[in-house]
Design a protein around this ligand. Structure first.
Ligand code: ZN
Length: 680
């Protein structure tokens, strides 16, 4: 569950860098323990397996619900937040009558009702998609196909390539159009490349899934599953890997719009762009070779195959809003086969979550009014400034960086801006047409709204006040093009931020999260952007070499970790997050130490010193169970290491950890000095 990236999912430079991919909020009625010691398994030793020691009994007491693929602090908070708080807001509004058309209340109430109205959904079957299916059926030529693909893009249906609009990475004050690879139903090329048994099984099930969906829809193709898998395989092998996509320089290729037609002459770019409202003189391309090689594939592919592929893209985009047979089959494949979830959430909870996904900002406005204490803003801004100060001290102490680069790093650090809680101004959603009994059309109207919002940005200055997450989201992010850290209201609650907890546990929670986001400004990607958010080198060549050598060492370390047989962590994919975790923990620890200077040493709580409780705080944030399928999916697609390795991964590199737990040099959780990595 990745945070939605409104800037475009295939744009490395614009990618937002979040603490986790999961989702919740504040005012607590009951006192929550800072750290619940019943989570601890004393049969396991902190110096041998810190995650096991801290969390094993929690894991035993908290099995994964059948509706989930993983279960930890993020998911639990997300569930409470949506299925209690947001649900309360929605159901209260839904009871009202006479809501004026176009008001946020009317939209929320009627969308919610439309999702729950399964009688109408069954009765209408796939007729809401008919206008688009007719367009696909009428395709005769490649030019027709490009036009229809453009129309489908407007309503959120993918094809082999696509556009996004976001700040220009080399001129971060102005918006630009980006273009890149897209169109893989399984989301990521490794699902098409890998030859291991589990991945082959996913592909086999994918073929069966498509065949079933087509039969249910009454489409006449023979073996559509195989046709589509073969086509997607042929474009997948041309695509950049998710590791290659991390390189903001290689994926920045600004060209004239007309050059698209030279790279891929058989695709009608003008019509494709115009049909989704894109008008631009330039495009920042991720990868030119993808378009020229992709053109060869398209040219060689029978038009009927492209139509079959496009029918499936339409069907899969809307499957969750169609009658039960489609919805169940869609869940069976993407929920159970791909991520190991056993059962769907109850319809009412899905209605809440879907309303939140479509109308998240209007709901967020109501949410913060009810649940976010303004006093939190002040507290969090103080914490942010503490982290900034400690980061500065750490930079001064670095032995691998020259004074010249240090000066630039300080300049960048001083320029970080931050957002806390919720946006200062709210977007106007009133043009989204939401009607009872029209679920698919509601989704289409929302998609068109977002497409139009995107179009409006082209050629304009970037609105730096925009939020890329809703306030109720349990997450946080660093956005390199704004050089900003953002902490939605959702994450400012236990166990991340607990007003009842001792400082040590909060420093291991929310302060480490703040440190994590700050460190993203100096990870493998963030460090290539300057204080103004431009992709511009500010390092001396030697310092950059030193940084890259340290990063390489940390990549190799994580690549040696194997959560499941045959599934090792991809150190190169997760390097940014791993650097951020190591940096965040280090910064938070030293900020805590600094806050205690000149004060009496805090007394142990539950037998644990403040140093130990700091690390218990971190372990608690990441306690989690995960299904095997969910773990494989995370390893292949997620830039975050699995939760267990966010605990046990960085700690062996920290002498602060060995000191806190008096670990001997031969302990599993302690690396020899020469193998340790300290970057920030
Ligand atoms: Zn992160």
């Amino acid at each position: 569950m990745y945070i939605q990236n409104p800037a475009g999912k295939w744009m490395a430079a614009g990618a937002i860098l979040a603490i986790c991919a999961a989702g919740p909020a504040i005012a607590q009625s009951k006192k929550i323990p800072a750290f619940d010691i019943s989570s601890i398994d004393r049969n396991l030793k902190p110096c041998a397996d810190f995650d096991g020691f801290s969390n094993e009994n929690w894991k035993k007491a908290n099995p994964i619900p059948g509706t989930e693929s993983k279960w930890g602090a993020f998911g639990i908070l997300d569930k409470e937040n949506k299925e209690v708080r947001i649900k309360g807001i929605i159901t209260e509004i839904a009871k009202r009558s006479g809501l004026a058309k176009g008001t946020e209340e009317q939209q929320i109430a009627d969308y919610y009702v439309s999702f729950l109205d399964t009688t109408t959904i069954e009765k209408r079957d796939i007729t809401p998609l008919k206008p688009y299916l007719d367009k696909i059926n009428a395709i005769r030529t490649l030019a027709d196909w490009a036009r229809v693909c453009g129309e489908l893009q407007e309503i959120g249906v993918n094809t082999w390539a696509g556009f996004a609009v976001a700040a220009d990475a080399r001129d971060s004050k102005m918006n630009a159009v980006y273009g890149g690879q897209d169109g893989l139903s399984l989301g990521e090329r490794s699902y098409y490349d890998r030859q291991d048994e589990a991945t082959q099984k996913v592909r086999e099930e994918f073929v069966k899934h498509i065949d079933k969906m087509f039969t249910m829809a009454g489409f006449k193709e023979k073996n559509p599953g195989k046709t589509i898998l073969d086509f997607e395989m042929s474009i997948a092998k041309l695509q950049l890997t998710n590791v290659e996509l991390r390189d903001p320089v290689k994926t920045y290729n600004k060209i004239g719009f007309g050059e698209l037609s030279m790279l891929a002459p058989d695709f009608d770019w003008n019509t494709f762009a115009a049909r989704q409202g894109i008008r631009t003189d330039t495009v920042i391309l991720q990868n030119k070779a993808y378009l020229s090689n992709g053109n060869k594939v398209i040219k060689a592919t029978p038009i009927e195959t492209l139509k079959t592929y496009t029918r499936f893209q339409l069907l899969t985009t809307f499957a969750g809003y169609l009658p039960k047979r489609f919805d169940d089959e869609n869940f069976h494949f993407f929920g159970t086969v791909v991520t190991g979830r056993k059962v769907q959430r109850p319809r009412i909870d899905r209605a809440i979550r879907s309303t939140d996904a479509v109308l998240g900002m209007p709901l967020g406005k109501l949410f913060v009014k009810k649940y976010f204490p303004e006093s939190s803003k002040q507290k969090v801004s103080e914490m942010i400034e503490n982290v900034r100060a400690v980061y500065g001290e750490r930079i001064d102490k670095l032995s691998w960086m020259s004074a010249t680069t240090k000066q630039m790093a300080h300049k960048k650090l001083a320029a970080f801006t931050y957002k806390i809680g919720y946006p200062d101004k709210w977007k106007d959603y009133s043009t989204i047409d939401i009607q009872k009994g029209r679920l698919v059309e509601n989704i289409i109207s929302a998609a068109k709204y977002h497409t139009n919002e995107r179009t409006k940005k082209i050629g304009k200055a970037v609105d730096k006040s925009e939020w890329l997450m809703t306030p109720q989201t349990v997450n946080a992010y660093y956005y390199p093009l704004n050089n900003e850290v953002v902490f939605p209201a959702g994450i400012l609650q236990p166990p991340f931020f607990n007003p009842d907890a001792d400082d040590a546990v909060n420093y291991g929670g929310i302060i480490a999260v703040i440190g994590h986001e700050f460190t993203h400004g100096f990870d493998d990607q963030g460090s290539q952007f300057d204080a103004e958010g431009n992709l511009k080198n500010w390092w001396t060549a030697d310092d950059r070499k030193n940084f890259e050598a340290l990063a390489k060492k940390y990549i190799d370390y994580f690549s040696s970790l194997e959560p499941l047989p045959g599934f090792k962590i991809n150190g190169a994919l997760t390097i940014g997050e791993n650097i951020a975790d190591l940096g965040g923990l280090t910064l938070a620890y030293h900020a805590l130490e600094k806050s205690l200077k000149g004060k009496p040493t805090p007394a142990p709580i539950d037998g644990f010193t403040w140093k130990q409780r700091f690390f218990l705080g971190w372990a608690q944030v990441w306690h989690a169970n995960i299904t095997d399928a969910g773990l494989r999916n995370q390893i292949q697609t997620d830039s975050h290491s699995p939760a267990r390795y966010r605990i046990n991964g960085p700690l062996p590199h920290m002498e602060e950890f060995a000191d806190a737990w008096s670990c001997g040099a031969d302990s599993k959780m302690v690396l020899p000095a020469a193998q340790r990595v300290v970057i920030w």
